[in-house]
Design a protein. Structure first.
Length: 185
């Protein structure tokens, strides 16, 4: 089983990335092969809405998205980790999500990825709680459900202001490892 971690946070020691890494570690213990991609290491330009992908052409943007889409296609599960910025995902997450559009078959907007890949969402934030985090998880799940993914879990931790703050929550780290293991069963 191949599991792809996608971390959107731009900072070193990011809590959301660390949460993803613990999930991937649990999955590896259960026999999976894993890969972590940091969006800030890639060139993923925002969609310009040019509609070339609708009128029959390929996406005009030549960057790392094609390679990342291949990684998505080859994965059995994706662990998507993001910090909360202003009650939503951070800015780096949205160009990545918007660019799925060019990969949908037109005019029916269908996705030819095999159905049933698993998706875990991992979020970290400051003072917010489930009233904001649950809708953000629902949003990400809806986007990926459109691509044929199925919900395989949601994990979050607040009070993570400084890098490494997640280390103060060993129970959460254990939960993340178990979540990773559950992906492989
Ligand atoms: C621009 C910006 C906006 C933020 N907005 C929120 C917010 O609306 N609610 C919240 O609880 N935390 C907010 N935070 C705090 C981050 O969500 C928190 O520090 C998070 O754990 C960062 O994740 P990371 O360590 O993976 O980068 C914000 C941080 C930044 C830099």
């Amino acid at each position: 089983m191949k599991i792809l971690g996608i971390a959107t946070s731009p900072r070193n020691g990011a809590n959301s990335q660390t949460l993803v890494e613990h999930i991937l570690a649990g999955a590896r213990e259960a026999g999976a092969t894993t890969e972590l991609v940091r969006l800030c290491d890639l060139d993923i330009q925002p969609c310009t809405g040019c509609n070339t992908c609708i009128t029959g052409g390929e996406c005009i943007l030549q960057d790392d998205m094609a390679e990342l889409w291949e990684k998505l296609a080859e994965s059995d599960a994706v662990v998507f980790g993001s910090p909360i910025y202003w009650m939503r995902l951070n800015a780096q997450a949205y160009p990545f999500i918007d660019r799925f559009y060019a990969h949908l078959k037109k005019p029916e907007f269908s996705c030819d990825l095999p159905k049933g890949k698993k998706l875990v969402v991992a979020l970290t934030c400051g003072g917010l709680g489930p009233e904001v985090l649950n809708p953000v998880n629902e949003y990400v799940k809806n986007v990926f459900q459109f691509l044929g993914f199925v919900d395989a879990g949601f994990i979050w931790q607040n009070q993570c202001y400084q890098p490494k703050d997640l280390t103060k929550y060993p129970d959460k780290i254990r939960e993340a490892k178990m979540l990773g293991q559950s992906l492989v069963k």
